[in-house]
Design a protein. Sequence first.
Length: 117
Amino acid sequence: VQLQASGGGLVQAGGSLRLSCAASGRIFRINDMGWYRQAPGKQRELVAVITSGGSTNYADSVKGRFTISRDNAKNTVYLQMNSLKPEDTAVYYCKAEHQSSYRTAYWGQGTLVTVSS
């Protein structure tokens, strides 16, 4: 299973970006999908996660500004980011929990989001 993330870029504070992450390969079932981010000098942190049934959970720092969604038919997860702040600057990684006879977590390659003040 491979994950391909896209949609990062440079945006001014207050602006919006939409990230996408598509899973491909030999897929049996994908359970949770999520977005994480890692800012320079900091640990990777959870941004948002969505279950296969559509339940969501967000980091407190992005609640009300970011929205995670997914298209199960396309094995794709999205992150709509509004009202971006300079502190949102980071490399954003997508993650998928793949379920076959065992459970495996796969990570995308990361996409850089830079928010200028």
